[in-house]
Ligand binder design. Structure first.
Ligand SMILES: NC(=O)c1ccc[n+]([C@@H]2O[C@H](COP(=O)([O-])OP(=O)(O)OC[C@H]3O[C@@H](n4cnc5c(N)ncnc54)[C@H](O)[C@@H]3O)[C@@H](O)[C@H]2O)c1
Length: 411
């Protein structure tokens, strides 16, 4: 029997709430998670604690859930690791987690799928981290999803349309999906969020999971939080919370799919702006100003697109927390910094290939997609930061324009 989570009951710490925001290695993350609850009525930390003490028994639910992760990049591999650590303990899930791999041949000549299955490690996208022996890599997309009733989509957003086309008609209607993908598709009729693309093309309900989640940090089991956005069915949201929650990964449900997904998508545009500021050595005050303006535009854009988006969503992990972590440490910020340092002379494609070893940037394509929506709807003047980021990315404006143009306060 697993022992219950440790509790720390120092009265001094209880009286110093500000300390809670500095996770110290002295205290277990379960301690901090007790204080960092969301506004939601569900207590995700309790779900995590329950998950940590639940043992596999023979009292299985009538139908065990079978999970497939569609995607095996940096975050996809970490998601598979998180999920596999839970399916192996929770009686309502099959142990095995299948992970679809976009097949690649490694410099050694070995197939990536074989390397993952032999070493239990994604040697290209998450080297040095064991995924769990119950993660099985599969290069055949249709085979990987066959029999699964819970599908986790986690690929760069530009590949999702093709993936959905290949899966259309092959997924039964009672399957539940969740998207961890940050980005959107822009179509003639307007913007289409990835969760909607999944629902429209596969005919299944889709939740989303977003948050302040730099994959490599979660792979090392450092404490962090995430938000599940759901539409109506809270039971489904609770199932996803249970599947992802661990003692170091605290997941909260919020009934606002579009708000959660747009936060995760739009913060990558602000991260590009933050990278320009870093590349131009403009300092922390300027970066904070860009983050504030960016957050304001994220909220306005989301609410102008979907009136159902809630203000409170921007205070969840998917909102302000993800914005901060991405502007401080993410890959979009890093590549944008290099772009600004080159004076805009080196292209994002070239820098992405050189700096990210096969990982994909999302911010530049999202900035273009947002720009298309803004021009199409006549909203460009309301979003000076979003518009300026795209114009810098395509070379119409120099990187220094980020501060000259961003704070043209919209009417
Ligand atoms: N990495 C992170 O820290 C992080 C955190 C949160 C969310 N996300 C989001 O998760 C999603 C997936 O990102 P990631 O970090 O797992 O991926 P990644 O950028 O690390 O890797 C790229 C992936 O795309 C695959 N790929 C390449 N060409 C392809 C094609 N033609 N068709 C299909 N797949 C192809 C590669 O095999 C690889 O698995 C993105 O939307 C990203 O914004 C990433």
């Amino acid at each position: 029997m697993a022992s219950p989570p440790r509790r720390v009951s120092s009265p001094l710490l209880y009286s110093l709430p500000s300390l809670l925001f500095h996770a110290s290695p002295i205290y277990p993350s379960s301690f901090f998670s007790r204080f960092l609850s969301s506004s939601s009525s569900m207590a995700p930390q309790e779900a995590a604690a329950a998950a940590s003490v639940t043992q596999k028994t023979d009292e299985a639910a009538p139908r065990k859930n079978r999970v497939t992760v569609v995607g095996s990049g940096n975050w996809g591999s970490v998601a598979a690791k998180l999920i596999a650590s839970n399916t192996i303990r929770l009686p309502s899930f099959h142990d095995e987690v299948r992970m679809w791999v976009f097949e690649e041949t490694l410099p050694s000549g070995e197939k990536l799928t074989d390397a993952i299955n032999t070493r239990n490690e994604n040697v290209k996208y998450l080297p040095g981290i064991k995924l769990g022996k119950n993660v099985v890599a599969d290069p055949d997309l249709v085979n990987a999803v066959t029999g699964a009733n819970m599908l986790v989509f986690v690929t760069p957003h530009q590949f999702m349309e093709g993936i959905c086309k290949r899966l259309a008609g092959k997924i039964s209607g009672d399957v539940e999906a969740i998207s961890l993908i940050k980005g959107m598709e822009v179509k003639m009729e307007g913007p289409c969020m990835i969760s909607k693309l999944i629902t429209d093309q596969l005919g299944v309900n889709s939740c989303v999971l977003m948050g302040a989640n730099i994959a490599n940090e979660i792979a090392l089991e450092k404490f962090s939080e995430a938000t599940v956005g759901y539409r109506e069915n809270k039971e489904i949201a609770e199932k996803w919370v249970q599947l992802f929650s661990t003692s170091y990964f605290i997941v909260s449900p919020v009934q606002d799919v579009e708000g959660v997904e747009l936060c995760g998508t739009l913060k990558n545009v602000v991260a590009i702006a933050a990278g320009f500021v870093d590349g131009l050595d403009m300092g922390n005050n300027t970066k904070a100003a860009i983050m504030r303006i960016g957050l304001r535009e994220m909220k306005a854009f989301s609410k102008m697109l979907f009136s159902s988006v809630k203000d409170s969503t921007f205070f969840e992990s998917c909102g302000v927390a993800d914005l901060i972590t991405t502007c401080l440490g993410g890959r979009n910020r890093k590549v944008a910094e290099a772009f600004a340092k080159s004076g805009g002379k080196r292209s994002f494609d070239e820098l992405e290939a050189e700096m990210l070893q096969g990982q994909k940037l999302q911010g530049v394509s999202t900035a273009k997609e947002v720009y298309e929506v803004l021009s199409h709807r006549g909203w460009l003047q309301f979003f000076p930061l979003f518009a300026t980021v795209h114009e810098i990315c395509i070379g119409t404006l120099p990187p220094s324009a980020i501060v000259e143009h961003s704070e043209r306060t919209p009417k």
